[in-house]
Design a protein. Sequence first.
Length: 313
Amino acid sequence: MKGFFFEGYNLVTILVVIGMIGALVLLNEITRKNRIASYLMYVALPIIIVILIALNVVGSPSTKNWFGTVKTLSAVAGVVGFMAIRYNDRVAKSKFAIIFPVLILVINCLEAIYRDAEYFVLFSGNGFMDTSSRLWTQGGIWNILNALAGVFMILSLTGFMGIKVAKTKSQDMVWADQLWFWVIGYDLWNIAYCYNCISTRAMYSGVVLIVSCTIAEFFILKGCWLQHRAQTLAMFGMFSLVFDYQAIPQYGITATYNPAAWTTLSAIALVFNIGLFAYVCYTAITKKRNILKEELFVDSKHYKANLEANNLI
């Protein structure tokens, strides 16, 4: 079955997508709530995987794509840094707890923005097949649209100086000012990025990943989106480095490689993130708050709900 954005739908491929989302949500919950599980998943397992890849025991085509490898390692580094903030009181009260989360997020976003711009310059108007990683894509105006969306999204970040550790048994990292509309802006931008630059795997590296961390944020534990995002990204990244899932027919949903679809998705991401940036500017001006020094949405019911969900009220 073929749609506007993706093709390769059938009962099996749809069930695999649902199963992957469920597995990521479940594993995120297990590692979020259990410190030992966190150490095993995000410290021990990455070390084992790196050794096995170095020895050529395991390795998918993703290991031949520098961006996929860097993205996975940066996600793992982010999770380990967040664990240091969550589990060590001295770290939680240091400047590291303020600077590191926003820094790792911005660096990850800038990597993807650069990639979009690079694809526009190198492959605009031309289809490109990376034979080593078996990824096909094409550059075009959509890359510029989405790169701009990413810039507006970064400029819309607020409240990173208010990051706290939850007063709960799981001690989650809470970014209360990172509200649902910023999360949606990121979701649209990231899915468009994956669709533009990792087109062949966009359903899995884009939609599956984004849906899993968004479910965790909206329906399981509010206020911890960045932690949910880092953990699900790290887990999926390790999976993609080890298993060549693209060669398995059950993972057969791919992009339609339709310029209209590329343009539509990136345009939606850009329009939404321009609106997001305008709203942040409007709120900062009317509330007379400096977003570099203060949390912006402290009067919002959604901000208060994020604190309440983590026993911070």
